[in-house]
Structures are given as structure tokens and as C-alpha cells.
Design a protein around this ligand. Structure first.
Ligand SMILES: [Zn+2]
Ligand SMILES: [Zn+2]
Length: 441
């Protein structure tokens, strides 16, 4: 709780610094995001640090949680070897915009309640991965269309800075960028020194000590039995032999105890490694995507694809009306989809098929996830997906697909949320601009 408060204060401080300097760094946006995201499900806190697409996914999920009469809360508690977070150098850019990957360790705590009743509690040592979008050169993006963070209507960036043409709100450039465009909460298998002790060393020591205590008790019992039979004056041969064997076994217990302790540590390491194995195997299939898609441009980076795909899959699953979403061409969703209230990515996407024939790219695979259901059940579930895209159409990193100019009436609208132009009803085919989901199962 104290840590959470600290994190919140850090967020506020980062916000103040940003106001003072007029610039917000990619590192600061991480702090602000975690502090906002920790409150967004359980309160009216707006995700100002997230982009339009991500805010939409969260809105859909909040609606689902509310419809089920549930209360969900996230907490990100500082922990681990990288709790301040770090940005990676594999930034990619299209000249105007740049995508930064950032990761940092913490304890992810999630609470699900129905009324006052706790129905699910999860605490996970986690790595929070963020994809953060930033402008490289503010002057060059003035004519690009951006969804007004206040009213949701599209305007050119330079107009938003002077005042949104629909609602009049004025924005500073640093209120528009950088923004978190997607996130992943992934189990952190790494441990710092303070975590290795309770998980491996302490149980091993207890194991060994237990064995020593047992052996002392055993020796005492054996001694008592020997003395007893001696006092009875009967033949002591048989009982001496039994006692001898017994004493050997019991006397050796500390040795076995510590051997056992060693095996315990070893076994636990193996067990943890086995649990991570399917994820690592799935992770290796990334090269399939890389090899096939690389020639078509840097926007076909696996991390970028996976992050965006998970965001869309969540939006579809949590949506009341998936058929209205431009990035979903599928039919019925799996029967358990309507009871899902949270989906945590387990860190691996298994690519089963990546093919380009003519202008059409097809990707099939499975998202390794942990799904929380409305009844509090939390289970591992792979979510199968198939996506298609026209690879001859290029798009920049600005996600200009989010705002789309209708070819029929020339009006701009938020194409991430509307399949049909709200002005003339023209159907928008997103496949030209972005990956479209053909099924989820
Ligand atoms: Zn506006
Ligand atoms: Zn139109």
C-alpha cells in the first residue's frame, strides 16, 4: 500500500516535471501509465497516458466488468531487479514517429470482487512490457490527424494545439505524445537475491532441520526401547538388532535430510523450467513471422504485431457487438468469451502459419493467456486467432488507420471504433491498412 502510494506520488511528480519542462520523457510516461492503470478499472480515472486504441480496449473491458456486477482492481507494487523500468534500444521509427519498448519488474496484484465478497486474488511477479509511441519531430506531424482525447472527434494535430474544431479543447504537444499504445503483463521468472532465499534456500534449510529433529527423536526412542528391554532382563539380541538398523537409518537422517534438501532445490528449479518450456517453444516460432514478413517493412516486427493483436482480441472479446468493429470479420466468438472479465498474456504467441500469397498475408497462431472468468475462475487458455492483411498497402507508425478519411464523403472519423462512416454509411475495409481478425477461438 505504501509502495503504491509512492508510485502514485512518483506519477504526480513526473506529471509536474513534465508541466515544468514542457516535455515528457518515455521513462516518465511509464510511471504515469502504471499509476493511472492501477486505478482505471476500480475508479473513473482516465487513462490519459494511453493512446486512443488502448483506451478503447479498456473501456470495453470496464463495461463488461460493470455488466457482470463485479469490481476489478489492479495494483503494480515495486519489486525485482528492474523496478524503475528500462527502455530498449530496438526503437523503430518511420522518420516522424518512433516506437519504444519498455519493460520493468513489479508485483502485479489483481483483485476481483462481487459486492463485498472476494472471488479472485492474484499476485504475480511480473514484467510489464509497454509499447510507447512518440513523435520524432513535432513540426512535421502538424497535418496528421489525431483523435481528440476530450471529445473523440478527429482533427489535425495543429488544430488540436490551437483548439479542437469540435469541442474547443486546446492541447500541448506533450499531452498528445508520447502515449502507451499497448501493454503486456508477463510472469517474471527472474529473481533478485531477496527472492531466491524464501523460494529455494529457506525451504531447503527447513527440510534439513526437520530431518535432524526426526533423527534425534528416533535415537531417543531407540535408546528408550533398548533400555526398556535390558531392564526386563529378557534376551536383548533381537531388539538390539532392530535397534541397530533403526539407529543406522535414523543416525544417517541428517545426511539424507541435506541430500533431500539439495534434491528439493534441484527439483524446484526443474519444475519452474518445465513450466516455462511451452512458452519458450512458442516464443521460438517468432522467427517464422520474422522471416516471412520482414521484406514488407519494419511495421511487421513480431513484438509490434503481437502487442497490437492482443489489444484487438481483447477489444473484440469484451465488446457487446463485435460485428461493428472494423478489425473483426469473424462470426461467433467462443462460448466462454462472454464470461471473460480479464485476460493476461502469458508472454508467448505461437505462430502456426505465416504466409503471403499475392497481396494477402495470413497469420494463424495462438495467444498463450490466462483468463479470468466472471465466476472468479482463473485458468490458462490459449486463444486461437487468424489474421489477414493486404501487404501492398503501407502504413506508418502514426496509426493513421485510427483516423480514416472516408473515400465516399471525405469526412474523417475514428476508424478503430467504427466500421461504417458515421456521416454517409460507407463501409470501411480495414484490411487495406491493418491486420483484420478472421476468427477467434
Ligand atoms: Zn475535441
Ligand atoms: Zn463517409
Amino acid at each position: 500500500m505504501i509502495d503504491m502510494v509512492k508510485l502514485l506520488l512518483m506519477g504526480d511528480k513526473a506529471r509536474r516535471d513534465r508541466k515544468n519542462m514542457g516535455v515528457i520523457s518515455v521513462t516518465d510516461i511509464r510511471k504515469i501509465f502504471l499509476s493511472e492503470f492501477g486505478k482505471t478499472f476500480s475508479s473513473d480515472t482516465r487513462l490519459t497516458s494511453a493512446d486512443n486504441d488502448m483506451r478503447f480496449a479498456v473501456e470495453m473491458q470496464k463495461k463488461r466488468i460493470a455488466q457482470k456486477g463485479l469490481w476489478l482492481d489492479y495494483d503494480f507494487i515495486p519489486r525485482g531487479h528492474n523496478n524503475a523500468g528500462r527502455n530498449y534500444n530496438d526503437v523503430f521509427t518511420d522518420g516522424k514517429y518512433a516506437a519504444h519498448m519498455s519493460s520493468g519488474t513489479c508485483t502485479f496484484k489483481r483483485v476481483l470482487k462481487k459486492g463485498d465478497r472476494l472471488i479472485s486474488l492474484k499476485k504475480l511477479p511480473a514484467n510489464i512490457w509497454l509499447m510507447i509511441m512518440d513523435v520524432k519531430n513535432g513540426d512535421r506531424v502538424g497535418d496528421d490527424i489525431y483523435i481528440c482525447p476530450n471529445c473523440g472527434k478527429p482533427s489535425p494535430i495543429k488544430e488540436l494545439i490551437e483548439g479542437c474544431r469540435s469541442c474547443g479543447t486546446r492541447f500541448k504537444m506533450d499531452e498528445l505524445y508520447p502515449k502507451v499504445s499497448n501493454y503486456n503483463i508477463v510472469r517474471d521468472y527472474s529473481m533478485d537475491k531477496s527472492e531466491i532465499f524464501p523460494k529455494y534456500i529457506l525451504p531447503a534449510i527447513l527440510f534439513g532441520l526437520g530431518a535432524i529433529v526426526l533423527s534425534i527423536i528416533g535415537i531417543l526412542i531407540a535408546l528408550a526401547a533398548g533400555i526398556g528391554s535390558y531392564l526386563k532382563g529378557g534376551s536383548t539380541e533381537g531388539s538390539q538388532m532392530v535397534m541397530g538398523v533403526f539407529a543406522t537409518i535414523i543416525g544417517g537422517a541428517p545426511v539424507y535430510g541435506f541430500m533431500g534438501a539439495g534434491l528439493f532445490i534441484f527439483g524446484r528449479l526443474i519444475f519452474d523450467a518445465l513450466k516455462a518450456m511451452p512458452l519458450l517453444q512458442a516464443q521460438r516460432t517468432r522467427t517464422l513471422f520474422e522471416n516471412v514478413m520482414k521484406p514488407y517493412g519494419q511495421e511487421y516486427m513480431p513484438d509490434f504485431f503481437i502487442g497490437r493483436t492482443i489489444g484487438k482480441v481483447k477489444t473484440v472479446i469484451f465488446s457487446d457487438n463485435p460485428s461493428e468493429l472494423p478489425f473483426y470479420k469473424g462470426k461467433d466468438l467462443p462460448s466462454d468469451a462472454k464470461d471473460m472479465v480479464d485476460i493476461v498474456f502469458r508472454g508467448a504467441f505461437r505462430f502456426d502459419k505465416v504466409e503471403v500469397s499475392g497481396s494477402k498475408a495470413v497469420v494463424e497462431g495462438e495467444i498463450y493467456s490466462e483468463v479470468l472468468y466472471a465466476n472468479g475462475k482463473n485458468s490458462n487458455r490459449n486463444i486461437g486467432v487468424r489474421l489477414v492483411k493486404d501487404v501492398t498497402k503501407k502504413h506508418g507508425l502514426d496509426f493513421s488507420i485510427s483516423t480514416y478519411q472516408c473515400p465516399s464523403c471525405a469526412a474523417s472519423f475514428d476508424a478503430y471504433r467504427n466500421k461504417f462512416c458515421p456521416y454517409c454509411g460507407h463501409e470501411y475495409d480495414m484490411e487495406n491498412d491493418d491486420w483484420v481478425i478472421e476468427y477467434i477461438r
